[in-house]
Write a protein that binds this ligand. Structure first.
Ligand code: IVH
Length: 362
């Protein structure tokens, strides 16, 4: 095989694998078997070994990880990563909406979204390829965890479609689905190790693992919902999110009611109440609802307070609580010799999972 032929074949296999990866992890509609996918991947891996100069850092072969990072470099955010002001009652939301009506010009349209309980991430794309992924950190600067984020299958390494700016940042949340979390804890239980506390902390810890192959094995997922660019030609938040979906990102699914345009406060409250009940059935955890003003022009007019935008608010669900009986207490000895007391509970359903044991470390 000549170099030119190898280059062409590598490009073809890369596109094919990216396409099937997208169908499987973003669309949940695979069209080839896992076996056929692995065959293609193996073929690409061999070619890249034979012709290393054509192996891109964004090759689908990088999804399995392998890079070791001892220290994650600190990076200053181009656009500060702010937080949202929180509210705990629907009255707060009514007050907020009433305030906005006085402050903004004309009718306001809102977008309601789930508040994903994960780790905030900002991913920069340059010329349609993943360039860098940075954690929120203190909002001004975060940590560069690019090799680890490359292993998350629903994060595109190369974009599809057209119309994206030469450089832009997409923001969203990296989450650990309940199924992945339960699997990890089952393995820890079998090994006699203390259990992980919750999916969010476990996702955060996983993202900071020095070994990207470990990250690849954990089953992290993403929901991306924020578009930032010096060349932002979109008029609304909604439009930008839908366009991001067209470029290959896993965006909140409107058909599943993960995202909804609302014109009235009643529709907003309806969305909150729907998810307060339905969230237990989701395969991942959410801790509230986020309500955003849709128009970028109105967002600009409303501006920011010292630490959060006026044009958005988070409604936080009350944490679910249940009562049960402590049947016994066991003392677990970890690999390092550390002892953790663990309560054996009368099994009880909490936030979609059956809880049988609880670490008593704190
Ligand atoms: S918008 C300007 N939308 O909640 C703020 N945030 O304090 C832009 N979060 O750390 C954030 N789901 O990571 C937004 N649908 C959603 C969200 C969301 C979860 C997190 C976000 C941030 C925190 C807000």
């Amino acid at each position: 095989m000549t170099e030119a032929e190898a280059q062409k074949e590598i490009e073809k296999l890369t596109d094919e694998l990216n396409h099937h990866n997208h169908l499987y992890y973003v669309k949940a509609q695979p069209v080839i078997s896992d076996y056929d996918f692995d065959q293609l991947l193996e073929k690409l891996k061999k070619l890249e070994e034979q012709f290393p100069k054509f192996a891109s850092p964004n090759s689908p072969t990088k999804r399995v990880g392998g890079d070791i990072t001892k220290i994650f470099p600190t990076v200053k955010h181009k656009y500060p990563m702010l937080s949202l002001s929180n509210s705990y009652s629907t009255e707060d939301i009514v007050d907020w909406e009433t305030r906005l009506k006085k402050l903004a010009d004309g009718d306001i349209e809102y977008v309601c979204e789930l508040k994903y309980d994960g780790v905030a991430i900002g991913i920069t794309y340059v010329n349609g390829e993943l360039f860098r992924a940075v954690t929120r950190g203190d909002g001004e600067e975060g940590e560069d965890i690019t090799p680890n984020v490359r292993t998350i299958k629903s994060v595109p390494l190369k974009l599809t479609g057209t119309g994206y700016p030469q450089e832009f940042e997409i923001r969203g949340e990296i989450i650990l689905p309940r199924s992945s979390f339960d699997k990890m804890n089952a393995e820890r239980e079998a090994a006699g190790e203390p259990l992980y506390a919750n999916p969010r902390n476990t996702a955060a810890g996983t993202l900071k693992n020095q070994d990207s192959a470990v990250v690849a094995s954990r089953g992290l997922d993403s929901f991306l919902y924020g578009f930032y660019s010096d060349k932002n030609t979109f008029k609304t938040h909604y439009e930008s999110v839908i366009a991001c979906g067209g470029w290959g990102f896993k965006i909140p699914d409107e058909k599943k009611n993960y995202l909804k345009k609302c014109a009235t406060i009643d529709e907003i409250i309806g969305f909150i109440n729907y998810w307060d009940e339905e969230r237990k059935k989701l395969g991942f955890e959410i801790d509230g609802i986020v309500i955003k003003v849709n128009s970028y022009l109105q967002q600009q007019d409303l501006g920011f307070t010292s630490k959060s935008p006026r044009w958005a608010i988070a409604y936080k669900f009350k944490a679910e609580t249940v009562s049960t009986l402590v049947e016994s207490i066991a003392y677990q000895v970890g690999r390092t010799g550390a002892i953790t007391p663990v309560a054996n509970l009368k099994p009880v359903l909490l936030a979609g999972t059956t809880v049988k044991r609880a670490s008593l470390h704190n």
